[in-house]
Each structure stands twice: as C-alpha cells, then as structure tokens.
Write a protein that binds this ligand. Structure first.
Ligand SMILES: Cc1cc2nc3c(=O)[nH]c(=O)nc-3n(C[C@H](O)[C@H](O)[C@H](O)COP(=O)(O)OP(=O)(O)OC[C@H]3O[C@@H](n4cnc5c(N)ncnc54)[C@H](O)[C@@H]3O)c2cc1C
Length: 406
C-alpha cells in the first residue's frame, strides 16, 4: 500500500543518508547517545563481499551492542602472510606476522557483509531515538541554520546536520559542493567465497602478483573469502568461467595452499579506484565511508576507515550537544576534517604506493618493494610499529574504538 507523504517535515537533530555499514554505524552511535536521528536508507542490495574488521572496529561494534549479534559468523585473523608470487627478477621474501607479536589474540575478524548488515539493522531497530525511512534522498539543501532533505516518496526531513553515508556516488557530497581527488586503476577486484579441503588455520594469505593482490581471508569453518585483483579483460574472462573450470583456476592461483576449492554462489566484480574528498565536511554536511574516500582492497583498510569516520563524527556531535553547541556548525565540521584527514590520507598513500609497486615493471621499483618487505621481516621494532599502526592509528583512535561509550 502506498503511504501518504507526511504533511509537515520530520524534524531531527541529525539525518543520515545511506544505510551501508558506515551509515548504520553512525546512526546507532548517535541514537544510542540519545540524539534524535533519522536514517534515510533502503534495505541494502545483497552483498557477497566480506570485510576484515580490525580489532578497533570490532571493539567499536562491541561497544555499540552490534557485535554480539554477528560474532559467531566471524573468523579470527591470527596470522597474516605476504607472498611475492611475481615471476620478476627481484622478488621479496615471504613475510609472516602473528597477532601475538603485538599482544593481540587476533588482528581482527573477517565477516560476510550480509551478516554484519543484519546485525547492524537489528541493533538499529531497538533504538527509540532512531527513525528509519525506507526511501532515498532526492535533494539536500542547506542554509546557515539547518538542512532540508527531500525524499523520493515526497517526505521532507529538517535537521541541523546531515551525515552523507551514501557511497561512492554521493548526492550529499555534491550538495555540499565538495570536490575530490583520485584516479582509476587498470584493475578489477573479483570477489568469491570458497569452501576448501584444507584448514586455513586462522591465516590470511596475500599473494602479490603482477596484476595486483590475490588475497585469501578466513571465514568460519573450512571457508575463506577471496579478492582476486586482475586487469579488466582478465576479470571478464574469469567471471565468465563455469564453476568447475573456475575452481581449478583458483586452486592453481592459490598454489593449492587450501587444497581443493569449491566456489560458492555469489560472485562480485569491482573496478578499482582511489579517491579522497578535499573536505570531510562543510555546509552542515559531513561525509563518512566511501562518500569520503575510496581505497583499493589491500590491507583491509576501507571500511575500517569508514567506521572510524562514523565513530568520530558521532563523538563530536554528542560532545557538542552536551556542551550546548551547534551539532552542524562550521567549527565542528572543521574539527571533523582535521581529525579524519591524516588517518585517511596516510593509509590511502600507503595502499596506493604498494599497489603501484606491484603494477610497475620497473626494476628499481621492484627492488625497493623487495627491500621494504625484507626490512619489515627482519627488524623487530619496525615490524611491530607497522603492525600496530596497521591495526589502529596511534594518533586518532576515537572513543568507540577504545571501548568507551559516547
Ligand atoms: C573487493 C572489496 C573488498 C573489500 N574488503 C574490505 C575489507 O576486508 N576490510 C575493509 O575495511 N574494507 C573492505 N572493503 C571496503 C568496504 O567494502 C567499503 O569501505 C564499504 O562497503 C563502504 O561502506 P559505506 O557504508 O561507506 O558505503 P556503501 O556500502 O556503498 O553504502 C552506501 C549506501 O548508501 C545508499 N545510497 C546511495 N545514495 C543514496 C540516496 N540518495 N538516498 C539513500 N540512500 C542512498 C546505497 O544504496 C548504499 O546502501 C572492500 C571493498 C572491496 C571493493
């Protein structure tokens, strides 16, 4: 039955556009702290990808009461291996890291996005301060005192702040007039979930190949997720293979470390790009997740950054509200931009650099990558510093990632 549009706009303190994992996390963080919040989000389309959530993200989801709803679907990542599988003249040594080296039981946990989204949705439904509108934002207009959002079904929302969690083609980003910098790569990431004959032993293995990484990440039981980065034409060829041929090809590419492979239904293909906004927030609009930054799937950084965005804007809004400040004011948005910029920029730089060194056939570049991995393998303090920084930024760990409620 068609619902009649509301006659008056719904007035809230914060409106969030987009119900992917970043938007849902921001909505839960705010509503749990008693901020009147509207989430404008259609139910997400099926997503067969998985996310390696690093330990700070898991802590934040525990603190928000989400993790209990999906923990049994997640597999711990205790060991990470990087294997140079290129056929080049200069090859890096195999590097193997254990979470125990930095005093952790696991670097994080890998979970299918559908299970994570179900747990986030279920937690969101329990919060009285959160109104969910299953619709899409059509227009976002801001002025000095507030923001107005028009929805496809005719409703309107009035808020002091809009959080744009609306993904890589963000309407909110355009409405705020925020530009971004970046470029596309000649690469496509193919995603598969696999059942395999040998146990993964809680080990994630990243094979570095001339076309990009081929990364196996544990799932519960004898299952793993795979991200296979190849050139677009090669991606089309692999995507068109029938299951039997594909199983054989993937077993070969994985050097049979997991024995016989059976691909599960649900394949994905994602053209790769890198992109970062020039401002994380202006004109009463703050951007989180892929609306603010795109990063290739190397080293499990994308959504971990997105969750830190959500935790940071949540923290700033709750603090402004408690101090009687404007939750969408320019001071708050400037602070948000400062807090997020270094974390996002440094990780984007590192991932972009690593990806470029893989693609480059230039010998000195190959040598530099080999030497870098060699030093990482041999120098204990460097190794531990890089591991700690990879799991959690020393400089900007929001409260939720430290296990503190907002
Ligand atoms: C192959 C691959 C593997 C990855 N692996 C990892 C990993 O292991 N670890 C990790 O941390 N990250 C990983 N990432 C990155 C991670 O998947 C993304 O960062 C994450 O999905 C982005 O979440 P999001 O909520 O920002 O955006 P999205 O999930 O894109 O959600 C945006 C939502 O907004 C909605 N929307 C858009 N416009 C509107 C509108 N106008 N009105 C209402 N709703 C709207 C969309 O429908 C969508 O539901 C990976 C990415 C890829 C491609």
């Amino acid at each position: 039955m068609l619902r009649k549009p509301m006659t008056k706009p719904l007035t809230v303190e914060v409106a969030i556009v987009g119900g992917g994992p970043a938007g849902l996390t921001a909505a839960i963080a705010l509503a749990e702290a008693g901020i009147e919040t509207a989430l404008i989000a259609r139910r997400a389309a099926p997503d067969h990808r998985t996310t390696a959530l690093l330990s700070g993200s898991v802590t934040a989801l525990e603190t928000l009461g989400v993790w209990a709803g999906c923990a049994r679907e997640a597999a711990p990542l205790r060991i990470m291996r990087i294997v140079d599988a290129t056929a080049r003249l200069v090859r890096a040594p195999e590097v193997r890291f254990a979470a125990s080296e930095i005093g952790l039981d696991a670097f994080g946990h890998n979970i299918e996005n559908r299970h994570l989204l179900t747990a986030l949705d279920a937690r969101a439904c329990t919060l009285p301060s959160l109104t969910r509108l299953e619709d899409e934002a059509r227009a976002v207009e801001t002025n000095e005192t507030g923001v107005s959002i028009s929805l496809g079904g005719g409703d309107r929302i009035a808020a002091k702040l809009v959080i744009g969690a609306d993904g890589r083609r963000s309407l909110c980003r355009t409405a705020a007039g925020i530009e971004s910098d970046g470029h596309a790569y000649p690469q496509t990431a193919l995603t598969f979930n696999l059942v395999h004959a040998r146990p993964h032993q809680d080990t994630s293995t990243e094979f570095h190949t001339e076309s990009g990484p081929f990364t196996l990440v544990p799932l519960p039981g004898d299952r793993s997720s795979l991200v296979c980065v190849v050139e677009p034409a090669e991606a089309e060829r692999i995507a068109a293979l029938d299951d039997t041929v594909l199983n054989e090809e993937l077993e070969q590419r994985s050097h049979s470390i997991l024995g016989r492979i059976t691909v599960e239904p649900g394949r994905g293909a994602f053209p790769l790009a890198v992109e970062t906004v020039r401002s994380f927030g202006q004109s009463r609009i703050a951007l989180v997740g892929e609306a603010a930054h795109l990063i290739p799937p190397i080293g499990a950084q994308g959504l971990n950054l997105g969750l830190r965005d959500a935790a940071t804007i949540g923290e700033l809004v709750v603090s402004a509200r408690r101090n009687g400040g404007d939750v969408g004011g320019s001071d708050l948005l400037a602070r948000y931009d400062t807090l997020r910029r270094a974390d996002v920029k440094s990780r984007t730089f590192a991932v972009d650099l690593l990806n470029r060194t893989l693609l480059s056939g230039f010998l000195p570049v190959q040598s530099a990558r080999g030497v870098g991995l060699y030093l990482l393998d041999r120098i204990g303090p460097l190794r531990r510093a890089v591991l700690r920084e990879g799991v959690a930024p020393a400089a900007s760990q929001p409260r939720l990632m430290r296990g503190e409620a907002l």
